[in-house]
Design a protein around this ligand. Structure first.
Ligand code: SF4
Ligand code: SF4
Length: 66
């Protein structure tokens, strides 16, 4: 279970990076990305994915199809 950042939507504001409890978000090229192997969708830490809550762009961070 993991989320991913839609590159076409990400404005590279960086707001999501510091709120991730698993340090799974980092800058890569022109946008930010989520490391899928460590993203927990915030389960066990928060009720909601913190990156989604922090992101100012709608539908920028979505569930990764497994
Ligand atoms: S859902 Fe949670 S664990 Fe996954 S990248 Fe977003 S803030 Fe980090
Ligand atoms: S908060 Fe949203 S727009 Fe900003 S860097 Fe993260 S994914 Fe991109």
């Amino acid at each position: 279970m993991a989320l991913y950042i839609v590159a076409e939507e990400c404005i590279s504001c960086g707001d999501c990076e510091p709120v991730c409890p698993t340090a799974s978000i980092y800058e890569q090229g022109p946008t930010y990305v989520i490391e899928k192997s460590t993203c927990t969708e915030c389960e066990g830490d928060f009720d909601k994915p913190q990156c989604v809550a922090a992101c100012p762009v709608d539908n920028c961070i979505l569930p990764l199809a497994s």
